[in-house]
Design a protein around this ligand. Structure first.
Ligand SMILES: [Zn+2]
Length: 222
């Protein structure tokens, strides 16, 4: 196995700790994958293994059809969706799936999260959109993700009646989007309890998004 794959297995394994730390997962219902740079492969969580028991060696390497390449463990049951996204969106280097509580509550209602916080404008560049209802297995979930997120600034999508998928330039960026998605889903939900959240005018959303994506933070990779 190449040094690149070994390192990515470590990275993807370790990132699952963040799903637990930020309370985004119950039992084993959440998974992360990362694309192997320069190869038609990605690394993903094994199916049904608890987060405590994950090790770099247990991460499953798959081709872009979602078929495991060697190894003994079966990949996550969401592997087909991850694979579809990698095939269709070359810019994507990481995919995350969770059923995080507040975001999934919006998904259960089939309601996009409106852009009513500057943090949403920063990270998502607008609302967090809703994708179609789709059953697991086959390409339906992947198709729904790609059709909704292509041409959309948001790296997060709420799949109707299901949960969250996020994308990023790498696995860490996709995890960050999943954490931020749940955070704003919770805040906007709370705001809704007391009244109507105020929309942010589009030019201000554009300005915030541009600043955050291009100027904010350190010069080195975020
Ligand atoms: Zn799911």
């Amino acid at each position: 196995m190449s040094a690149v794959v070994r390192k990515l297995r470590e990275t993807v394994c370790r990132l699952h700790d963040e799903l637990v730390r930020y309370n985004l997962v119950a039992w084993t219902a959440g998974n992360i994958s990362g694309r192997v740079p320069g190869e038609d492969l990605f690394v993903i969580k094994p199916s049904g293994v608890s987060y405590d028991e994950l090790s770099p060696e247990s991460m499953v390497v798959c081709d872009l059809d979602g078929e495991p390449v060697g190894g003994e463990l079966s990949p996550s049951s969401d592997t087909a969706a991850h694979a579809y996204v990698y095939r269709a969106m070359p810019r994507v280097g990481g995919v995350v799936h969770t059923h995080s509580t507040y975001a999934s509550a919006w998904a259960a209602r089939g309601e996009a999260i409106p852009c009513v916080l500057t943090a949403m404008a920063d990270e998502f560049g607008g609302e967090i959109p809703v994708g179609p209802f789709a059953l697991i297995g086959g390409d339906d979930i992947g198709k729904g993700i790609v059709a909704t997120l292509e041409g959309h600034r948001s790296p997060a999508i709420l799949m109707r009646n299901h949960g969250v998928f996020t994308i990023g330039a790498d696995a860490r960026a996709a995890v960050k989007a999943a954490v931020m998605c749940e955070d704003v889903a919770r805040t906007v939900h709370v705001a809704r309890q007391l009244g109507d959240p105020l929309p942010i005018p589009r030019p201000a959303v554009d300005s915030l998004y541009d600043r955050y994506q291009n100027v904010y933070g350190q010069r080195s990779p975020r």
